[in-house]
Design a protein around this ligand. Sequence first.
Ligand code: GLA
Length: 725
Amino acid sequence: MSIRFIEENKIFKLDSKTSTYIFGVFEGNYLVHYYYGAPIPDTDVEQLRIRPGFASFCPDSPSARVFNFSPDVTPLEYSTFGAGDFRLSAFAVKNSEGNKVTDLRYVSHEIYSGKKPIPGLPSLYVNTEDEADTLEVLTEDKVTGARVTLVYTVFKEYGAITRCVKVENASDKPFYIDTVHSLCIDLPGNDYEMLDLYGRWVKERSLDRYPLHRGIQSIKSKRGSSSHNHNPFTALVSKGANEDYGECYGFNLVYSSNFSIDVEVDGFRSSRLVMGINPEGFSWYLAPGETFYAPEAVMVYTNKGLGEMSRIFHRLYANNLIRGKWKKAKRPLLINNWEGTGMNFDHDKLVSFAKHAKDIGLEMLVMDDGWFGKRDHDNSSLGDWYVAEYKLQKGLSGLIKEVNDCGLKFGIWFEPEMISPDSDIYRAHPDWCLHTEGRDKSIARTQYVIDYSRKEVRDHIYSMMYDILSNNNIDYVKWDFNRNLTEVSCAQLPPEKQGEVFHRFVLGTYEIMDRLTTDFPHILLENCSGGGGRFDPGMLYYSPQIWTSDNTDPIERLTIQFGTSMCYPASTMGAHVSANRRTGYETKMNVALWGSFGYELDPDKLTPEEKAEIKDQIALYHKYYDVIHYGELYRLITPFENEFHVAWELVSEDKNEALVTVVEIKRAYDEFFMLRLKGLDPEKLYEIEETGDTFSGAYLMNAGLNLTHRPHGDGLSYRVHLLAK
Ligand code: GLA
């Protein structure tokens, strides 16, 4: 068992390949956090219990004089509001008297092999029971009757722990859950740097890094999605940690709506991180006997640098988050018509698209936005999920048949959570969109958001999608989400439940995604939100790939893909070659290859030379598919540190193959450029396919590849393919 309860000192010890995590039951049944870091043996852990008990102005526990304890100076496993700990609260309930004082104490625990799913929410899973062990610790607030179960699962081989929280109301009075974080962790000291992924539309997930300062630093979303602007990921790393060295604690929330991550450094130089549903705008009314589940949080620890932290996330997500047929099956090579045609297409145009696409070796045509209702612009028809026969003159099945006859599979676009004011569905049900009585409705991209907290509304939308998907030969769905939530309230819920609507909305989305992937297990679902506005592990549970960004400029994609790779594997990043400005097709391909590759252009407009070039690219895509989709990533030179060139490398699990890509952002005038590779076997000999030269792994990793005479030029790029001899 990777989880043990050491009876003599009441300590829980959770051991994974790269980490040990320790907390225990202290006097007074407080749950105290003792350690999270590199693996340590069972001996000596008693020493971890020695802590200062008091400080002036830090309240004692009522019984603390006896056992020397103040909740305000002790690292706590799951902090609560109002009972002596003034730092960030992980949990608070507002009771029927209207106050929020909450005090959770240990009651009992259970340890078992495997892992249970979380009802209604996405979460990591085990393939076999022996992959992971789970600890459930029951705590209770005696006054409110809130029974809170802290759930920990140790993925032994990965150096990862997942956590989630279940709240039950065991009293005879209702209460409101005011704050329920999924994770709380107290780390000693404040010598950490914090990393986060920030951005905006077309510039998602840039990497920011800064030393922790005293006070509170936060990353949040209250957009009703995880958002382009912040991602539910952070890492606390030791000062100076880099790709290869240093301690890294990575945290990621399996959630696609309002989240918050706060880190507080207190006056005693202790750092507390809490992560979970954003308490702003959230309040959950829990009646007696009811249960609430908070989303899952993932923690990764390694002392081998950021690169290893990312690889742990990648392995874990590829094996224990991504599900279904497309976890292992080779994904079809697609062409999407969006950048090629926008909404300006008809039957003949798409069939001609398909013919040309087949000629160059593509495998699937994805028909994007514009095929339904009266959709010629983005100002109408969302919600009218029936075919625009004035555009698709032979109907959807007629179109699909001809596309299939060309030898291509067919994919389709939906935006199921949205409604246009100019739509039949809105005219019939104007109250189906999110709105607040008496206020104007904010409009964005000329659309409103459907109230997915309402079951009958989402059932109606799903039945339209079901009709399309069950009556046609469709192999892929792109699920889009092109605005954020405003005026969030639900006409059907009583006032005490209005604080639930954001969360109920995303539960509704998850439910429909679950139905879709259960009813149509063969369909490859790709998520999208104006590009990568909902790129999070919650979405990856349903869709193995997500459109990374609407920005397909290969140079601007570099920061986006490097940032995304902090915790999300290459196979999840939708990446297409488009006809956009800057750089030739070679660099477009080299950048897009680092992801779920495809094309987003009008093949009718390609010159014969471009077609020939793309045919060659497609051969390369097939050749490198396995090393990219199943390989281990090494970020060799990142765009956050080098303005001239960037480089990354994917290495097969058996270390027999590696693909290195270098992009010269702008002309570098280095006279001498040695690129040290990583992750190879030092004992093996590797042949460089492009030159026929052979080097040892040890040479390539220590001295490096001599790229001094590489081709130079703004936006140029090249690959180096290595095979072990
Ligand atoms: C979003 C997506 C695009 C495209 C358009 C269609 O912006 O990110 O890829 O599907 O919507 O309206």
